[in-house]
Every structure is written in C-alpha cells, then in structure tokens.
Design a protein around this ligand. Sequence first.
Ligand SMILES: C[S@@+](CC[C@H](N)C(=O)[O-])C[C@H]1O[C@@H](n2cnc3c(N)ncnc32)[C@H](O)[C@@H]1O
Length: 264
Amino acid sequence: MSTGSYNFETLNDIAFQAERLRQQAQAVRGMEAGILRSAGIQPGHDVLEMGCGPGFVSDLLAELAPQGSLTVVEPSATLLAQVEGNVRNKPARGLFRIQAYGDRLPIPDSSIDFSYARFVLQHIPQPETVISEIHRALRPGGHFCAVDSDDGLVVLYPEDARVNQLLHTAQTIQAARGGDRFIGRKLPNMMTGAGFVNVKSRILSLTSSELPFAMLFNILLGYKASLLGGTIDSEQLFQDLSERVTTGGQLVAGGVFIVTGEKS
Ligand SMILES: C[S@@+](CC[C@H](N)C(=O)[O-])C[C@H]1O[C@@H](n2cnc3c(N)ncnc32)[C@H](O)[C@@H]1O
C-alpha cells in the first residue's frame, strides 16, 4: 500500500502543511469533542486513530479517553515522531505509536473500543480495506467514526473561476494518485459493506461568517493549493476573497461528512 494522495514527505511545503493541520484541529476542537462524544467515545476506551499525522487530534482523543489507551497509526515516520510531543496528557493505559499503512494493522482482533479517521480515507487508494481492518480490530459494540471531505459541499457565492479551477485540478490530481475528493458521500456504503451496523451520517457545514476567513480558507483550499504548487496564486486568491468576505460581498462555505458505525 502507499500513502496515496497524501505523501507528507513530498508535499512542497512541509512546515505550512503541519501548521495547516494544527490550525485545522484548533479551530474546531470544541466542536470535534462534541462529535466524538456523540459518536460514542468514553473515558475508559481503548482508542485507535487511523492516519494521525502530527498528532493534533491525538491530543484531543487522549483528553477524551484519559483512563483508556490510545494507539495511533501513521505511515510517515516524520509525522509519527511528532505525536509524542503533541499529546500533552498520555492516557492511563498508554500511548502506542505504530508506523504502518491502515490496510494491515499489527493490532489483535477485537481489542479496540473506538476508532477515528479524520481526513485520511480520501487519500487512500483502497479505503474499503482500511475500514475492514478497523472493523476487525474493534470489539463487538465498538464504534468507528470517519470524518472526511466532499467537494460537493463547497459553495461560493458569487462563484470565483479560480476556485472552480483549483477544485477541478485538485480533484484530478488527487484521483490520479488514488485519492477521492468526493469520498464523504460514499462512506456510509463502504461502512455498511465492511459489516458495520447502525451506520449514520451527517453533514457539518461551516461558512465564512462562523470561522475567521483565514482558517476557513486553509481548511478548504490549503491542501489543494499545495497540490497545485505554483499554478495558482493562492495568496492573491486569499486576499481577493478575504476582502469580499470582510465587506459582506462574498459567501464561502464548506462541509464535511461525519459517518459513524457500530460493530455488532
Ligand atoms: C490530511 S492528513 C490528516 C492527519 C490527521 N488525521 C489530521 O486530521 O490532522 C492525512 C494523513 O493520512 C496518512 N495516510 C496516508 N495514507 C495512509 C494509509 N494508507 N494508512 C494510514 N494513514 C495514511 C498521511 O500520512 C497523513 O498523515
């Protein structure tokens, strides 16, 4: 297996991408804690995080399961090395870091209570295999929550041709690398196919009147701009949209799918 469309080591601006992930986690931390609690995470759970990146979300998972354990899986050695420093309070039964791809986990059957994958499955060529592995690792009654993008949820009014071009080009590049920018809508089917029951999906949308625009821009377009390298002047695009948002002339919205399922 490969890191599909998200190979951290070859992204053209590593420091920017790490900062983008940090901001992304920070901006929505309170909201995300609510999502994870309603998805079933409990203080004593053994938690598995798929594709943890540098560990900004791992810190939140550790906070929500302080009496349990946290196992994080990440193929990039560079990112995995940062997790220890970013998880401020280790869970009572330990923090375990595993360098692996998600399709073959060195984790025993039925050993996990709660699993989370955030903005990971969109990058993986065979997400179904990873979802099946998570299902195998969960205990009966265990829960899986996946949060991921779907470019169908990006709305701009008025439209901006550069954003359309950015989205279209990023979709093509990501698809060519085995990723899928429309995975959100497909997750419920994939989870049902892997054997999950009580599969529920919801959409969370954020608009430019709810978040500081710089954050929304980074969340929606930061990764895409870096996929494209210098093809689009993303600084200029940000300035233009930002000015219009400030004066009330521009609406920007983006959303994510939140899909949960249970192992019977
Ligand atoms: C956009 S980042 C998200 C990181 C983190 N979940 C977050 O939300 O901050 C995608 C992560 O998925 C990881 N990844 C890519 N392919 C993977 C695979 N086959 N199995 C597990 N993780 C993978 C990448 O290395 C990267 O850390």
